[in-house]
Design a protein around this ligand. Structure first.
Ligand code: FAS
Ligand code: PHB
Length: 389
């Protein structure tokens, strides 16, 4: 098969990019390892920046998001005693949209057939070739045969564990990584949220987050040791711990219920440079990972795709090759600012094993300062809603 752009990965980055290119008449194929059900079974992000919702609107695929999503004008930081509201609407003039990544993925997958965006699911052993030439190609296995796709460009949207990043020679690449000494244990339950907005809590016992997917479905997280096993967290123990860590105000309104899903995710900060090598471009988690504390992961994938689709359209429509050459630098400038915010909020809100009493007092003083300073709250708010593109 020959096409203009072949995309590896049908997560949010690959699906958004594929739709944006097809909307401009650029021939595009997506090659995805998993089945649609497996992709939709992954519970991930929940908070969308305007960057992401604007892309869905630009594609004319935002109707369900606006009908079922929850616009939020603020969120809370908690220190075990009180809630500190960050009024993002008053401080930035913007809001965020609470609408699960699963639903974004569902909307994009459903629209692919009618928009001429072929997605090859259950494609095994994807391998990339000649990415530094001007005729890259890839192979994959399906139905007992090996298939080849030749393209002008390959876009690696295959997440942290995909093959695309590894097709860039180590001699030209630099990877930056910080692995946090804890993970997040998440629970999804069909119970109403304990608060109408998100609550990020730093408690003596550790971090907790009260989030949601709708007015009847809640998503909660607690910080757990890296080697924690799900088996030691039956639902009752988890609900009790959430009530303690989120503080009395949130706990008073907490409804308990059986877990629909429970999982532990490790936390890391990771950036891979460059995000382009020859005719291979990386977007989303294939190039960077943030701890979910700042709700940036999915939204960074969207901003990468905003820049990358623009560069590819300029290449094909305006014969402007500078845009392709400039993609990596442009995307990384925004990536590093989101990495900073996510790292800063993670340090502020979590208990690190090496933290001593002084470190704890610094966190408490930090939260106290934020509670009293519009400037401090504005810094947090403008990063949370998403910095300008
Ligand atoms: P994705 O990982 O979503 O998609 C990559 C796609 O490539 C997948 O469908 C995968 O099957 C496919 N693929 C991989 N290898 C392949 C191969 N060899 N061949 C073909 N296809 C291949 N972000 C937040 O903002 N908030 C959160 O709460 C949050 N929670 C998260 C929890 C977990 C457990 C994880 C892993 C991530 C979480 N994230 C969160 C971040 C997450 O939302 C990502 O930022 C987002 O999925 C990025 O989208 P993609 O870049 O498309 O990568
Ligand atoms: C979620 O709802 O899954 C969520 C929300 C905000 C975050 C992380 C996760 O910062």
């Amino acid at each position: 098969m020959k096409t203009q752009v072949v995309i590896v990965g049908a997560g949010p980055a690959g699906l958004l990019l594929g739709h944006l290119l097809r909307a401009e008449g650029i021939d595009t194929v997506i090659v995805e390892r998993a089945s649609p059900d497996h992709i939709l079974g992954r519970i991930r992000a929940g908070v969308l920046e305007r960057t992401t919702t604007d892309l869905m609107d630009r594609l004319g695929l935002g109707a369900r998001m606006h009908a079922e999503g929850l616009p939020h004008d603020g969120f809370h930081l908690a220190d075990g005693k009180r809630l500190i509201r960050i009024d993002i609407a008053a401080l930035t003039g913007r809001h965020v949209m609470v609408y699960g990544q699963t639903e974004i993925t569902r909307d994009l997958m459903a629209a692919a057939p009618e928009r001429g965006l072929p997605i090859i699911y259950e494609a095994a052993d994807v391998a990339l070739f000649d990415v530094d030439g001007d005729a890259p190609w890839l192979t994959y296995g399906k139905d007992g045969a090996t298939h080849r796709i030749d393209a002008d460009f390959i876009c690696g949207c295959d997440g942290y564990h995909g093959p695309s990043r590894r097709a860039i020679p180590a001699s030209v690449a630099t990877a930056y990584e910080k692995i946090y000494p804890f993970g997040w244990l998440g629970i999804l339950a069909d119970v109403p949220p304990c608060n109408h907005e998100l609550v990020y809590a730093n408690h003596e016992r550790g971090f907790a987050l009260a989030s949601m997917r709708s007015s009847t479905r809640s998503r909660y997280y607690i910080q757990v040791p890296l080697d924690e096993k799900l088996e030691v967290w039956p639902d009752d123990r988890l609900w009790n711990e959430l009530a303690i860590r989120l503080g009395p105000e949130a706990a008073a309104h907490m409804t308990r219920g059986p877990a629909l899903e429970k999982s532990i995710a490790p936390l890391r900060s990771f950036v891979f440079e460059p995000m382009r090598h020859g005719r291979l471009m990386l977007a989303g988690d294939s190039a960077h990972i943030v701890p979910p504390t700042g709700a940036k992961g999915l939204n960074l994938a969207a901003s990468d795709v905003h820049y990358l689709s623009d560069a590819l359209v300029r290449h094909y429509k305006g014969h402007d090759n500078d845009a392709i050459a400039g993609y990596s630098g442009k995307a990384l400038a925004r990536v590093w600012k989101a990495e900073r915010f996510s790292w800063q909020l993670t340090r502020l809100m979590h208990r690190f094993p090496e933290n001593d009493a002084f470190d704890r007092r610094m966190q408490v003083a930090d939260l106290d300062y934020i509670a009293s300073s519009v400037a401090a709250q504005t810094m947090i708010a403008e990063n949370y809603v998403g910095l300008p593109l």
